[in-house]
Design a protein around this ligand. Structure first.
Ligand code: MG
Length: 291
C-alpha cells in the first residue's frame, strides 16, 4: 500500500479509479477536524458547501460528539454561517436512540453520564433521567456519553449501576476529542474504558462511528445506494472504518488527526485521500459539470 500515496505537494494523494463521483448524491461530513477545528471553521469550508449546493449535492453533518444535542449542534452550525436544518445533523446520540428503540424498546428509566444538553434530548425522546434529583428509583440502563460536565460523584454512581449489571451503552468509542486549546479533552471511550476496568463489563453496544448503522440510517432515510453517498472525515479508526463497514466510499482528509504515515500503518485503504474538503468539492464539480 505504501506506493499508492504520493508524498509530494499534490492535494489528491489517492483516488481509487473504481469510485464514480458522478453518482454521488449526498456527502456525510465528519465535523471536528474536517470542517473546523475546535471552534474555528477552516477558511475554505463555507465555499465548499456553497459549491455543493450549486451542483445539487446534499450533505449531512455527522459527529460522534455527544456533548451537545442535535438541536444545539444545529445552532453551532448556523452560528458558523453554514446552512442546515435538523435533518442535516446526525450525532452518536441519534445512533444511540436508534439502537435503544430497536434493542431496548421498553426501557424508560436511564442513568446518563452526559451533559445537560444531551440529557434534555433523552427527555425529549421519552426517557426519564435517574440522577441526583431522582435517586429513589433504579435506572434500567446506563448511557455513557461525552460528558464535559462529568463529576466524580456522577462517575462513581454510573459505574455503580454498571457494576449492578444494568445494561450499558457508550455513545461512541473516541477516547479524545480534538481541540485547538492546550489541553486534552477526555472523551466517551476513555470513560467507558475506566468503567470497564472497574466493573469488568463491556458495553452492550457502541452505536456511534464506526458502527455502520450511523450511515445506514441516513441511507434509509434518503433511499440511497452504496455508491450514491460518501463519508468524509479526518479519523481512520472511526470515519474510514465506518465507510469500510458500510461499504461506501471513504474520503480521508488531512486537516485533523490522520497523517499519511498513520494511514500507512493502519492498513485501511480509503477510496480518496485528500488534503482537505476543498479538494473534494473541486473533484465533485469536475465530475458533475465536466469543468
Ligand atoms: Mg473528526
Amino acid at each position: 500500500m505504501s506506493d499508492q500515496y504520493s508524498f509530494g505537494s499534490h492535494p489528491v494523494h489517492y483516488l481509487n479509479p473504481k469510485v464514480d463521483l458522478t453518482k454521488i448524491k449526498r456527502v456525510a461530513f465528519d465535523m471536528d477536524g474536517t470542517i473546523y477545528k475546535g471552534g474555528t471553521l477552516f477558511p475554505f469550508t463555507r465555499d465548499v458547501f456553497d459549491t455543493l449546493e450549486k451542483i445539487g449535492i446534499e450533505y449531512t453533518f455527522l459527529t460522534n460528539n455527544s456533548s451537545k444535542s442535535a438541536k444545539d449542534y444545529l445552532k453551532k452550525i448556523l452560528n458558523l454561517g453554514l446552512k442546515a436544518t435538523p435533518d442535516n445533523i446526525t450525532t452518536s446520540a441519534s445512533a444511540t436512540f436508534f439502537y435503544l428503540k430497536q434493542h431496548y424498546p421498553d426501557v424508560k428509566k436511564i442513568y446518563v453520564l452526559g451533559t445537560a444538553s444531551l440529557r434534555e434530548e433523552f427527555t425529549e425522546h421519552g426517557y426519564t433521567m435517574i440522577d441526583e434529583f431522582n435517586e429513589t428509583e433504579e435506572p434500567e440502563l446506563v448511557v455513557v456519553a461525552f460528558d464535559t460536565t462529568l463529576t466524580y460523584e456522577r462517575l462513581c454512581k454510573g459505574t455503580y449501576w454498571v457494576g449492578q449489571n444494568k445494561p450499558y451503552v457508550a455513545t461512541h468509542p473516541d477516547t479524545v476529542c480534538p481541540t485547538d486549546l492546550d489541553t486534552i479533552l477526555v472523551d466517551c471511550g476513555a470513560v467507558q474504558a475506566l468503567i470497564e476496568n472497574v466493573t469488568g463489563r463491556r458495553p452492550e453496544a457502541v452505536p456511534g462511528k464506526p458502527d455502520k448503522d450511523m450511515i445506514g440510517g441516513i441511507m434509509d432515510k434518503y433511499n440511497l445506494e452504496k455508491d450514491e453517498i460518501m463519508m468524509v472525515g479526518d479519523r481512520i479508526y472511526t470515519d474510514m472504518e465506518m465507510a469500510r463497514r458500510a461499504e461506501i466510499p471513504g474520503v480521508l482528509v488531512l486537516t485533523g488527526e490522520a497523517t499519511l504515515e498513520s494511514l500507512k500503518e493502519s492498513g485501511l485503504t480509503p477510496e480518496l485521500v485528500l488534503d482537505n474538503i476543498s479538494v473534494l468539492a473541486d473533484l465533485l464539480v469536475k465530475a458533475k459539470t465536466g469543468k
